[in-house]
Design a protein around this ligand. Structure first.
Ligand SMILES: C[S@@+](CC[C@H](N)C(=O)[O-])C[C@H]1O[C@@H](n2cnc3c(N)ncnc32)[C@H](O)[C@@H]1O
Length: 232
């Protein structure tokens, strides 16, 4: 952010208020217009479409933003035939966004925390073709072999929940994903513990193909989204 000539800002504010029939509220805006000027000489002007999360003091630690849940769902190449699993559903940002924005056949959301799965049951009960399980995602006996088309998830990063050996945790997680995914099934995984995940996925190079990695900042922390496809 840089300071700009106040007279110029005032003129722009007046113009925007006039064109868009808006009232100016610098302290508490619910709509923001942004100018982004880049060093390569490309300039952008637009409205901010994401929420201003600094204003929303969430008590739900680790809950993903809707935009990110949308991106993860989108990367899984959604289809109306999809049977989908989020084995680390937490507050349910991914299942909620997947149901809200894309077609699906059946969705299973899992978490080992009973209070979270109870909340999820209450929140998602109005939707059809959904199952919420309170279970250990590393050993999901409830789910048969090769039955899931897509796994979209944000597993623990070892931040809020202490995990002694996160590489071993990710290895067990990937073993479970390999078992549950159909051939050519897709897993989209977000983690901030990128090196540990990469250490684990190395052991699965004969089982997953097309590994794609997208680098992303999540709450100012470096993270990556991995898209892997089970070899047919
Ligand atoms: C990073 S959070 C997921 C947050 C979620 N994406 C959301 O938006 O709320 C990871 C979740 O995995 C759950 N979890 C950790 N270990 C688990 C396990 N072995 N089996 C099932 N759930 C587990 C935690 O309770 C936590 O809710």
């Amino acid at each position: 952010m840089i300071s700009v000539d106040r007279g110029l800002v005032k003129k722009l504010e007046e113009k925007l208020c006039f064109i868009e029939d808006l009232k100016l509220s610098v302290k508490n805006p619910d709509l923001e217009f942004w100018f982004i000027l880049r060093s390569e000489g490309i300039d952008f002007f637009g409205t901010r479409i994401s929420y201003n999360y600094d204003k929303i003091k969430s008590k739900q630690k680790g809950k993903l933003k809707t935009e990110l849940a949308h991106l993860l769902s989108f990367l899984s190449a959604p289809s109306p035939k999809d049977i989908i699993l989020d084995p680390f559903a937490g507050y349910g940002a991914i299942p909620k966004e997947r149901i809200h924005s894309f077609p699906y056949k059946f969705l299973i959301a899992v978490d080992q925390d009973k209070s979270l799965t109870l909340k999820l049951k209450n929140n998602l009960s109005k939707h059809r073709n959904i199952e919420i399980l309170c279970a250990n995602a590393l050993n999901l006996k409830e789910i048969k072999d090769e039955t899931m088309d897509k796994i979209i998830t944000d597993p623990p990063w070892g931040e809020y929940q202490k995990i002694d050996n996160l590489v071993a945790f990710y290895i067990d997680m990937l073993k479970a994903f390999k078992r549950m995914l159909v051939n050519k099934g897709i897993a989209v995984i977000l983690t901030g513990s990128v090196e540990k995940f990469e250490g684990a996925i190395l052991q699965f190079k004969n089982f997953f193909e097309g590994q794609k990695k997208l680098k992303i900042l999540v709450s100012r922390k470096k993270a990556s989204i991995f898209k892997i496809i089970k070899k047919g």
